[in-house]
Design a protein around this ligand. Structure first.
Ligand code: HEM
Length: 413
């Protein structure tokens, strides 16, 4: 009889001959040295991975009971949460999970901006991150349309019609995306297919590439100092610690905090005051009854505010596209020598701080009706938004070149 387990370590030896498991652990976990000064901002990469897996797992169960289509989608969601065991929990986990995904990804991106993690040699890592962000926006938008609530319907109407502003091909493109003259069965079925198969697959692939690119250059850190440049006698970075067990354990703390917060929201405030689930989406789609005020979910509203800040819809759509694409150019717009905001001057700190505030204010403005004072404010903050990207090359060049410490700053707890 061929024994797989030949005494102590037998199975492990058998496995390693066929798949380099130990080699992988040695290369990527115990032998991978990460900077020892990671702070809480470094939780969000692993948390993004966690939310992604959670969305896939809860999504598998939602898909089992969901019936895409104009006549069936809305009812199938109502039936699954009321009749199918545990779907009262799993369906809201999926819906709330979408918002948490964006909370985590926005904080993850903010961290990269604080510590200049997009700068050389991590430009490609940042670009792959931006591609994930774009794919995630498409994924979230389509998921939102699927249940065919009234805001799903009217939100999709507004967003898909934006493609109509593209000169020449616009109107045909809108019809091509919908697959019909209005949002109907064809639209809902193709969105289902893209939401459940194509986009998760693309996101998973991009996340893998993101991690491969990260391993190639190594993590940045709050000081923005390359730890690979200071090696000890053993050839290892003196400011690094093995990823496992140090950061696997630290990340578990982040996971615990995250899951606690997530559970509180799912159990006690799943709609989050209408921010995570909007009131009009508790009614089925009604093509003859527009919600009082159409707004996308909070994570899209900064861009929506920019779109509506301009009277001409074509220019508004162009500015909106530019406001997203602008992030792609950050590695080249930032001309400072130092990476981290810690070692940049006051002007850089004010510029970045103002940008973060601007983003949040635009988020709020996008949720408000586009009239009166809100329009004026949207115009002011849209200007501030673009000023960040315009001023960055000058400000970063002028005051991002001061002295940096020799070693990373680390205070033992
Ligand atoms: C599904 C979404 C994403 C996942 C699962 C993910 C995962 C990760 C992980 C595990 C890390 C290493 C741990 C850490 O530094 O926190 C990381 C680093 C990084 N990610 Fe992401 N990421 C995602 C989206 C993004 C996006 C949208 C961007 C930017 C547009 C981005 C930019 C970066 C950068 C620049 C780093 C290196 C940061 C540093 O070393 O300081 N990521 N990501």
């Amino acid at each position: 009889m061929a024994t797989v387990i030949e005494g102590k370590g037998g199975f492990r030896a058998w496995l390693n001959k066929r798949m380099p498991v130990d080699q992988f652990v040695a290369d990527q976990l115990t032998g991978y040295y990460a900077p020892k000064n990671f702070n809480v901002w470094y939780f969000f990469g692993s948390l993004a991975l966690l939310v992604f897996v959670m969305q896939i797992v809860t999504g598998i169960f939602v898909t089992m009971h969901f019936k895409p289509g104009e006549a069936t989608a809305w009812n199938s969601v109502q039936v699954m949460v009321r009749e199918v065991p545990y779907m009262w929990l799993i369906q809201p986990m999926h819906a709330v999970g979408a918002s948490f995904f964006f909370v985590v990804v926005y904080l993850h991106m903010a961290r990269a901006m604080l510590y200049g993690s997009y700068k050389a040699p991590r430009e490609l890592l940042w670009i792959i991150g931006m591609l994930i962000y774009l794919a995630l926006m498409a994924e979230a938008f389509m998921g939102y349309v699927l249940p065919n609530g009234n805001m799903s319907y009217w939100g999709a109407q507004v967003i898909i019609n934006l493609f109509g502003t593209i000169p020449g091909i616009g109107p045909d493109l809108v019809e091509w995306i919908r697959g019909d003259y209005g949002i109907g069965d064809a639209t809902l079925n193709r969105f289902f297919s893209l939401h459940v198969i194509a986009l998760p697959f693309i996101i998973a692939l991009l996340v893998m590439l993101h991690l491969v690119a990260l391993r190639q250059v190594g993590s940045n850190n709050p000081d923005g100092i390359e730890i690979k440049e200071k090696l000890g006698k053993d050839g290892l970075p003196i400011d690094g610690v093995p990823f496992h067990p140090y950061y696997t354990v630290k990340d578990i703390v982040g996971v615990g905090l995250f899951l606690t917060l997530f559970a509180v929201v799912v159990f006690f405030a799943p709609t989050f005051g209408g921010l995570f689930m909007e009131p009009p989406n508790f009614e089925p789609a009604n093509p003859v009854s527009t919600p009082d005020h159409i707004a996308p979910v909070w994570y899209f509203t900064p861009y929506y505010a920019i779109l509506r800040a301009v009277p001409d819809q074509k220019i508004g759509a162009l500015l909106m596209a530019a406001s997203v694409v602008a992030f792609l150019f950050l590695p080249w717009l930032d001309r400072a020598k130092n990476k981290s905001i810690r070692y940049r001057g006051a002007a850089s700190k004010i510029l970045l701080g103002t940008f973060f505030i601007t983003f949040v204010v635009l988020m709020w403005l996008g949720l408000k009706p586009a009239d009166g004072i809100y329009v004026l404010l949207a115009r002011i903050f849209t200007t501030l938004y673009f000023l960040f990207f315009i001023l960055l090359p000058f400000v970063s060049k002028a005051d991002g070149n001061g002295p940096v410490p020799d070693r990373v700053t680390y205070h033992a707890h």
